[in-house]
Design a protein around this ligand. Structure first.
Ligand code: SF4
Length: 570
């Protein structure tokens, strides 16, 4: 059975922007935060917002206090004025594409043009648009209604951004023929069009289509309708609990798509549940996938990767006690990562629901395992030397204090109460910690020169920075909800992707001198395959490859382990 996930599934630009704005505001502001009407038509997102004390107001009170966010659909200008007059600080999250339509209507309404809006007059976006028509606006949803309108001396014609493109083409044809002086604007959002055409083509090539999203969401309902029109079996679900496995039993090819208001974590959860169901039907593949997921959930693959990188760094510098150093790095990474996962169960509920459930279920055992690994790692470091032991002890204490408030007096009343609250700190500190444990720690107990050590340190730090930042980009929605200040939240996904790629290119570049000089072992430049491989994976992801997040995770974590294998062959 084949599962295909639509490239266009999930938040559109306008919805993502509005959700990001309200979450960022709630993570920073001290005043109460409201949305004017439901932010989006998705019950899980609305529940999540209420859990973060972001409530909605449906009517404008005479007096109010706090921040009110205007949703992506926009509002009539008089509502914005009334909100300000009531005493609220208004944060306008109207989608820029809707703002464009508002501006068009406003410009022509000022010149006494009538406004004809193709759309449902009760839809919030249309209500907002009508507010700019200065009392001379008309809404229509059929050709008959258009024909019944009076003949205007001047009129502007626009469509609700999520309108059906085929219908709008008919409207335009009618206007060109019967009222050529009307000014017609293309205002349908490309995002809606792309989503619909993708689901149409997916449905034609699949036996069943699952459309994920709120039952009240118009664009999600329309996706299900488009899929059904192709004759494919189509089901509209709000979350994975509604999957009809009986319906899917005979399907060989399943397509999954989602409306513009469906968050990633619900899409990911649905994909994971459908995939798990497929695995049940293919026992051997199921065992392989379960083994992969176990290695990822427990962080064993990551720990082996740390061991592999340490081994590679030690080989190219000709160090001794290679296996001990690899074991120390493995144990340190395993210990810190398990503890970190236990602490971040809340955000994992959104980003990795299965991992969160696993950590919740085995919390006590995993805590003991993490502490045990940490202790054995320290003992091994002690056997290599007192200085190495002290360095690892400091690293472990720093790792443990990352989520605590170690300097309550120093940090005072600021929003930064823990090291983790420092924006972008997680990505940088994890990279530095790996760099120290995999390349500096072995250098302490081995005779070496400064330059090769620094090169390997920068190389590993760069690799781990790229890996951590990439996973942070994938987890950006859940992290925003839980108020994490990761690098992608600070820079945005696009800039983070660019930075990750530059870092990986630099990592490739930094190994080149090894080929021409005897700075590192002769074959050290072969390790450049690791950043190159990661770069390819990230480019693939940017091009909307069909690999799942889990497959990316597995491949990237495996590349560290492969560094060790390459070093062993060298
Ligand atoms: S569907 Fe298009 S116009 Fe509407 S909010 Fe999304 S990006 Fe903006």
């Amino acid at each position: 059975m084949k599962i295909t996930i639509a490239k266009t599934a999930g938040f559109c630009m306008g919805v993502r922007r509005a959700v990001d704005m309200v979450l960022d505001a709630s993570n920073l502001a001290t005043e109460p935060i409201f949305t004017y009407g439901p932010l989006i038509h998705n019950p899980q997102v609305l529940e999540m917002l209420e859990n973060k004390n972001i409530f909605r107001i449906e009517t404008i009170p005479e007096k109010g206090k706090g921040i009110v966010l205007i949703r992506a659909h926009g509002v009539p200008p008089e509502d914005e004025t009334a909100l300000k007059k009531a005493g609220f600080t208004v944060m306008n999250a109207t989608c820029p594409r809707v703002v464009r339509v508002q501006v068009i209507i406003n410009r022509y309404a000022k010149k006494s043009h009538a406004t004809i809006i193709i759309g449902d007059k009760k839809h919030p976006e249309v209500v907002g648009l009508l507010g700019y028509a200065r009392g001379n606006g008309y809404t229509i949803t059929s050709m008959e209604q258009l024909e019944a309108l009076p003949a205007f001396d001047n009129a502007v014609v626009v469509a609700q951004t999520t309108q059906n493109t085929v219908f709008y083409e008919q409207i335009k044809e009618w206007c060109i023929k019967n009222a050529p002086h009307y000014k017609i604007f293309d205002t349908i959002c490309g995002s809606t069009e792309k989503r619909q055409s993708e689901v149409r083509s997916l449905a034609q090539n699949s036996d069943a289509v699952i459309v994920v999203g709120g039952k009240q969401s118009g664009n999600t309902r329309r996706l299900a309708q488009v899929a059904r029109e192709t004759g494919s079996l189509a089901t509209h679900i709000e979350d994975a609990s509604e999957i009809d496995y009986k319906m899917l039993a005979s399907a060989k090819r399943i397509a999954i798509t989602a409306g513009a208001s469906t968050p990633n974590w619900i899409i990911n959860d649905t994909c994971a549940k459908v995939a798990a169901n497929v695995q049940k039907q293919r026992p051997i593949m199921g065992v392989v996938v379960r083994a992969r997921d176990f290695l990822l959930k427990t962080n064993l693959l990551l720990a082996f990767g740390a061991g592999g990188l340490t081994y590679a760094c030690a080989v190219i510098q000709g160090f001794s006690q290679i296996f001990v150093h690899s074991a120390i790095a493995m144990l340190y990474v395993l210990s810190m990562q398990i503890l970190n996962n236990i602490i971040t169960i809340k955000s994992d509920t959104y980003n990795h629901p299965e991992r969160a459930a696993f950590y919740e279920k085995h919390k006590r055992f995993l805590q003991m395992l993490a502490l045990g690994c940490g202790a054995v790692g320290l003992y091994l470091a002690y056997t290599t030397g007192f200085v190495a032991f002290c360095v690892l002890l400091i690293m472990s204490l720093l790792g443990l204090s990352y989520n605590l408030n170690p300097f309550p007096f120093f940090l005072g009343n600021t929003k930064i109460r823990k090291i983790k609250d420092v924006p972008g700190s997680k990505t940088i500190l994890i990279a530095l910690a790996w760099g120290i444990v995999t390349s500096l720690l072995p250098a302490i107990v081995n005779p070496c020169s400064l330059l090769p050590v620094m090169v390997t340190f920068v190389f590993v730090t760069g690799l781990v920075f790229a890996r951590t930042a990439f996973f942070d980009v994938l987890a950006i929605q859940g992290d925003r909800i839980t108020g994490k200040e990761t690098l992608p939240i600070l820079l945005g996904a696009q800039k983070s992707f660019r930075l990750i790629q530059y870092v990986l290119l630099f990592d490739i570049f930094i190994l080149l001198p090894a080929y021409y000089t005897d700075l590192l072992g002769n074959n050290a430049f072969l390790l450049a395959f690791v950043p190159l491989f990661m770069l390819l994976l990230i480019r693939l992801h940017k091009k909307d490859s069909l690999l799942s997040g889990r497959q990316y995770e597995f491949l990237i974590e495996s590349s560290f382990l492969l560094a060790g294998v390459v070093a062993a062959i060298m």
